[in-house]
Design a protein around this ligand. Structure first.
Ligand SMILES: Nc1ncnc2c1ncn2[C@@H]1O[C@H](COP(=O)(O)OP(=O)(O)OP(=O)(O)O)[C@@H](O)[C@H]1O
Ligand SMILES: [Mg+2]
Length: 489
């Protein structure tokens, strides 16, 4: 192509331009947005669906087919802004001769006088440029103030248009969700919306998505790959989820365990300061042979909380309980106040030769998110059985989540709602259960039937022996990761 503004029937429309000039045939879902007449086009999308390619094609099409056009690309961050312009420059290279990227890598100039500017979202850079095409990438992460500064730039130019693209982020009043909802509910020549889960891409295969779904927290998968909006904040566990898992089984008092009665278990600890409580929750796996449906399930045989006790007393107590069960691993928080007692506990366990490994874990936003997501996944698949323990249930009910602007989800019991020690200790204990091995064993039919007549039922109808029988193996135990939170799950 020449240095001039590109024209001609096969290249004027965006489809022909992409295919014949850029040698990039748009996928149908991209074409749908590219050819829409709506002035505001709003896409809520998952990962790897071709957002960047679409935005680059649209930017180049506007710049190449009009003289002196200005395209403004706004991205959530500096890096993203550079990457998006690099995508444009990459597509233009050798195909739009005379396209020049300036040395700051923030402007691509074409020889017809058109420019594509790429800026990170900051008001100072955005104000005051009339633009023909305004593109906002990851718009859900762009503050409303920035959007208000950027939007007037299109008013002055006849025929000017806006494209907003993002994964689902932002509360209902934020500009991106509001415009997207409007475009989905009532698409017209002003605003149109599209929903692109990752599966719309012909490149993303269902098997890979399934793998990702299995290994990632449910809320993350839902947002990043299904492109679905979760609530921005709210109660983490639903009442139905929790009560569906509760059964009136008997807790296993470790003092009554001896010899052959001892069984493999994992512990989770939450250390308290001053008024806080020290909590220990024990997790184990029910013998699938006694379940009517031969499925493995995690249950909590024991838990205890002590207020205002000294750490040295509490450490002694934990060591006793570890010994009374065959406790293989205890996940213990080593940030906050936990650093010293975690070390001391490990030392005491070594001295008593209980064979218990202390997994010193770092409880940050990610670990809590992954840990509670694991509990949620277990609850939703009827794989976790909870005791009717009022304090534990109260704390689990009180857990709230909140989406953070930086990504991720904060999960906590709000200050006004009281303690969270048992909920956290339960999260730590359950984090020690390696569910993949259990699933494999179950699929291999490794568990044979051995029905128990004295049973109780969970709210969801799962049958559990009144005196739960643990699985006699330790293959399901895992050692949760420490500092490198997020792996090992
Ligand atoms: N129309 C197309 N034809 C062929 N390949 C394409 C097309 N659109 C996108 N791709 C390819 O699909 C992959 C994902 O595209 P792209 O980077 O645009 O997606 P994205 O939604 O921006 O991804 P991310 O979520 O990682 O930002 C890339 O390898 C890209 O080259
Ligand atoms: Mg991209």
């Amino acid at each position: 192509m020449t240095a001039e503004t590109i024209s001609g029937p096969d290249v004027l429309d965006v489809e022909g331009f992409a295919a014949n000039v850029l040698h990039r045939r748009l996928w149908p879902h991209q074409l749908d947005v590219a050819t829409s007449p709506a002035r505001y086009r709003v896409v809520c999308a998952g990962r790897q669906v071709g957002k960047s390619v679409l935005l680059a094609v649209l930017a180049l099409h506007t710049a190449a087919t009009r003289r002196n056009a200005t395209v403004l690309l706004v991205s959530a961050g500096e890096e993203a802004a550079k990457r998006l312009l690099a995508e444009c420059a990459g597509l233009a290279r050798d195909r739009l001769s005379g396209s020049v990227l300036d040395e700051t890598r923030s402007t691509l100039a074409l020889s017809n006088g058109s420019t594509i500017r790429s800026v990170p979202a900051s008001e100072r850079q955005i104000r005051g440029w009339p633009v023909d095409l305004l593109i906002v990438d990851e718009a859900g992460f762009v503050a409303d103030g920035i959007w208000r500064a950027a939007e007037p730039a299109i008013i002055a130019r006849p025929g000017s248009r806006v494209v907003l693209c993002s994964s689902p982020w932002g509360g209902p009043e934020a500009f991106f969700p509001a415009l997207w909802q409007r475009g989905m509910d009532r698409p017209d020549e002003h605003v149109a919306g599209w929903h692109w889960p990752s599966s719309v891409s012909p490149r993303v295969d269902a098997a890979l998505l399934e793998q990702i779904r299995e290994r990632e927290p449910a809320d993350y998968f839902r947002r990043e790959f299904l492109a679905e909006w979760g609530d921005a904040a709210g109660v983490y566990f639903s009442e139905a989820e929790l009560m569906g898992a509760v059964a009136d089984y008997e807790l296993t008092d470790p003092a009554r365990l001896s010899g052959r009665g001892r069984f493999p278990a994992a512990g989770g600890l939450d250390w308290g300061v001053a008024v806080d409580a020290n909590a220990l929750v024990v997790a184990s796996v029910l013998d699938p042979a006694v379940a009517a449906d031969l499925r493995w399930r995690v249950w909590l045989p024991w838990m205890e909380v002590h207020y205002r006790t000294s750490w040295s007393w509490w450490i002694e107590r934990v060591v006793d309980v570890a010994e009374q069960f065959r406790m293989r691993v205890i996940a213990s928080e080593r940030n906050g106040v936990g650093a010293y007692p975690t070390e001391d506990l490990a030392e005491q366990l070594r001295r008593r030769r209980t064979g218990t490994h202390v997994a010193a874990v770092w409880t940050d936003v990610r670990r809590k998110q992954a840990g509670f997501a694991k509990i949620k996944t277990l609850l939703q698949s009827d794989r976790l059985v909870l005791p009717r323990h009022p304090e534990l249930l109260k704390q689990l009910r009180a857990l709230e989540f909140e989406q953070l602007a930086a990504g991720g989800v904060r999960i906590a019991v709000p200050e006004r709602a009281g303690h969270d020690d048992l909920a956290l200790a339960a999260m730590q204990a359950v984090s020690c259960v390696e569910t993949r091995r259990l699933r494999d064993a179950e699929e291999a039919g490794a568990f044979g039937p051995r029905p128990d007549p004295d049973t109780v039922r969970t709210g969801a109808g799962v049958v559990v022996p009144r005196r739960p029988v643990p699985i006699d193996s330790t293959g399901w135990l895992t050692y949760p990761a420490g500092e490198e939170a997020g792996d090992g799950w």
